[in-house]
Design a protein around this ligand. Structure first.
Ligand code: ZN
Length: 257
């Protein structure tokens, strides 16, 4: 994909960028944007957090960098339908997909420009993406790509669409391919949203159910155990961990658990 393709994306011609029915042709302004590699990564990494934000009425979007195919039990059509269903459960304000190459995602200059151009138009205050260390090379590339695109989004005198913009915060969610013991910068209590997160994940039948063992521990057991563990660390039932390279400020100590 090159920069011309991005212009097509802007005009809605790359139709795979539009998951949501009745999506407006112009890009909305968001408060939070999750940039994830494959459809289902956003749900795994921060599905509870998305639901928590939506319950507060803020605007949340997800940008999937690739279509996630090929996989053993998926097709483009199946993945698209599954993503639409999960998107509806999350109640997202916007979901887009860039047609970047799955399995060989590279954080190169064209890709950086593409993502930076989207950040300039969507203008989220907070970005989420993959933690920078993982076994999956696409996840590592996505993390580096978002780092670079965040900075590039604020450049002036460029041919990127939109006005210069710099998201105030960039938060990283751990992926599951490397089973790391990370020390998060903070853990968000997602107790009221965990079941609905699992509901969103179950939409991805081709990824988490088809061809997988039905006896415990299933992938849902693993995700629940991890959420329970991080919840335990903050005295809650379920939690989602996030890392930040910068310090995380708190405005209201009453909200501390
Ligand atoms: Zn992934």
């Amino acid at each position: 994909m090159n920069y011309n393709d991005f212009r097509d994306f802007e005009q809605g011609e790359l139709h795979r960028a539009d998951y949501i029915d009745n999506m407006p042709t112009t890009l909305p302004q968001l408060d939070y944007l999750v940039i994830a590699c494959h459809p289902d990564d956003a749900e795994i990494g921060c599905g509870g957090t998305i639901l928590s934000l939506k319950a507060q009425g803020v605007k949340v979007g997800v940008l999937d960098l690739t279509d996630g195919e090929p996989t053993p039990h998926g097709t483009l059509e199946i993945r698209r339908r599954e993503t639409q269903e999960a998107t509806a459960i999350l109640g997202l304000d916007w979901r887009g997909q860039l047609n970047l190459p799955n399995r060989s995602l590279v954080a190169d200059m064209d890709t950086r420009k593409l993502v930076a151009g989207l950040i300039r138009q969507l203008r989220p205050r907070v970005l989420f993406t993959h933690y920078w260390e993982d076994a999956h090379p696409d996840h590592v590339a996505a993390s580096a790509l978002v780092d670079a695109a965040r900075f590039w989004a604020k450049l002036s005198k460029t041919d990127m669409p939109g006005e210069p913009y710099y998201p105030a915060k960039l938060l990283y969610f751990p992926s599951m391919h490397l089973r790391l013991h990370l020390k998060p910068s903070f853990v968000l209590d997602v107790t009221p949203y965990h079941e609905r997160k699992l509901q969103a994940l179950r939409c991805y039948q081709s990824q988490f159910i088809a061809g997988r063992p039905t006896t415990s521990p299933t992938v849902f057991d693993d995700i629940t155990a991890r959420a329970r563990y991080y919840g335990w660390t903050i005295g809650a039932m379920y939690g989602e961990p996030f890392l930040s390279r910068e310090e995380v400020g708190v405005r209201d100590l009453q909200q501390l658990l």
